[in-house]
Design a protein around this ligand. Structure first.
Ligand code: HXC
Length: 268
């Protein structure tokens, strides 16, 4: 058996990163470009995307931005087909675009539910199907979906996001089986609390909420987006060639630490 290239060298490879204008998406884009890859960052707002591109090109990397609302299936197809046409390939897709806000389930309007499901679940499918068409045609590709551990344990106040992320896990596993023999891998990464503006505003807007969240992490701190990007790079690289349909949790043991079966004898 021929061993895969064990580096995470992305030279001559092309990645599409949705929600690439900020936070984890930007960090993954920068990491991919730093390892030699060409990156296309997608997002709704032009300004943050151009800043990602500026950061990458200033470091000697290759990046382009394309405005795209991930909820617009036609635009998603147009943009990803355009990348394939311009570059002759799409090696990686990172489905990072997300929408979230905290609201009690009984107060969530149908439109609020739909907004998050459209971004997180439907948008992920739109990008996945188009990118996969190019990947399956050449028998090679890697798709990474950014989720959250509440996809399986749930979380009060985020029923829309938890349901959407749970759907993304099921999508990942289903398509991993469908496409494994055809060279296309799909995995999820589940970051814990990470120092990003988007999640911060949506989920821990006040100082009190922020310190509550930090206190829930056994590792005692938030993640740096670059740490999440490091694990993402592994899953996107040839080093993970036999890893598909999997979820990698990178959360400082936050969700495992939810256990309440402890008393004074247990170490804190
Ligand atoms: C209640 C709300 C609301 C809120 C919006 N809505 N915000 N309801 N509480 N705080 C309702 C609106 O009233 C409306 O319903 C519907 O949702 C659509 O709202 P719009 O503002 O028109 O939608 P839009 O402009 O498309 O914005 C989509 C969005 C927004 C999801 C609402 O927040 C967004 O674009 N966010 C992107 C950035 C983001 O959220 N990033 C955080 C991801 S962090 P009505 O009925 O009034 O018409 C993340 C990580 C989690 O996911 C993991 C952490 C560990």
């Amino acid at each position: 058996m021929k061993l895969p290239d064990l580096s995470d060298d992305f030279t001559d490879r092309v990645a599409v990163v949705t929600g690439g204008g900020s936070g984890i998406g930007r960090a993954i884009a920068r990491r991919y470009a730093a390892a030699g890859g060409t990156v296309y960052v997608l997002g709704r707002r032009e300004e943050p995307l151009t800043e990602t591109v500026r950061l990458i090109t200033a470091a000697g990397g290759r990046a382009t931005h394309l405005t795209c609302d991930i909820r617009d299936a036609g635009r998603v197809t147009e943009v990803i087909d355009g990348v394939a046409e311009a570059e002759g390939r799409v090696d990686a897709l990172v489905n990072n675009a997300a929408g979230n806000f905290v609201v009690p389930g009984e107060e969530l309007s149908p439109n609020g539910w739909k907004a998050v499901i459209d971004i997180v679940l439907n948008g992920t499918f739109y990008a996945t199907r188009t990118a996969a068409q190019h990947m399956l045609a050449v028998g090679r590709g890697s798709i990474l979906n950014v989720i959250a551990t509440y996809a399986w344990h749930g979380h009060p106040g985020t029923v829309h996001s938890a349901a959407a992320k749970g759907g993304v896990v099921a999508m990942t596993r289903t398509l991993a089986v469908e496409w494994a023999a055809r060279g296309v891998r799909l995995n999820c990464i589940a970051p814990g609390p990470t120092e990003t503006e988007g999640a911060g505003q949506a989920l821990w807007g006040s100082d009190a909420a922020r310190s509550r969240v930090q206190g829930s992490v056994p590792a005692g701190r938030f993640a740096d987006p670059a740490e999440i990007a490091e694990s993402a790079a592994f899953l996107l690289s040839d080093r993970a060639d036999y890893v598909t349909g999997e979820v990698l949790v990178v959360d400082g043991a936050q969700w495992l630490g939810k256990s309440v079966y402890t008393d004074d004898r247990a170490p804190s």
